[in-house]
Design a protein around this ligand. Sequence first.
Ligand SMILES: [Fe+2]
Length: 277
Amino acid sequence: MIHYINTNEKQRKDLRGKKNMMKILVLGDISRSLSCKYVSERLWKYRKDNGIDLVIVNGENSAEQNGIDRASADMLFSAGADVITTGNHAFKRYEAKTLFEEEKMLLRPANFPGMVPGEGTVLVNAAGMTVLVLNLLGVVMMEPLENPFFTIEKILTKYKGEYDIAVLDFHAEATSEKQALAHYLDGRITLFFGTHTHVATADECILPKGTAYITDIGMCGPDFSVLGIKPECIIEKMTTGLPVKFIPSTNKVTAHGIIVEVDKKTKKATSIKRITF
Ligand SMILES: [Fe+2]
């Protein structure tokens, strides 16, 4: 089943008539409710001003504590996110199991065991293109889930012929795992972006066979924090080794992400650039 995104019929006609190019905006890990509110208040305008056709947001920590809940998912969807991806914190909140069953545009990593609620893939229609959006979790220095190389091979076989372009959020710790999987998929998917480390990397590029790539797109979260948390909490933990309550930073928020342009004829990415707002 193909899901139509947040554009109305008139907007879809306009997009079909005018553009040979589709534009995808991706925003990195939303760090707690302050950042969720910040992004939600600005996303529609940013989307409109930049002529964005499809918005993907990693919302795995968009809830008040961490994880994702109904309130933060609703806030992001109503602010203009078409698909929300997640990662290792997908099921941190008790209500997330129901949420993942109900929201088809909310993805959990596809390499969780099959009985886990929700899906790791969704087909969406944006700017007249059918886009396969995928979410996978790394296994290097992370939970021992199915090898993502094997999972994505199965998914691309299953959906063969059903999509124009494929886009992957690879939520992983190790740069080496991200780079290796990207080269393994080069030319077979249109966009590969990494999330989870919360710090944007400066290696955005088009790989030799045409896949747009970046190791990590960074977070939407408070400046001068440690991955969104007050530095003093993390310093205390790292100097004492004792359990410490992680208190979110209340510093000014910056949203980090990427905009990727895709040629609708060739179905290849033509540019990838880092953005902030
Ligand atoms: Fe994560």
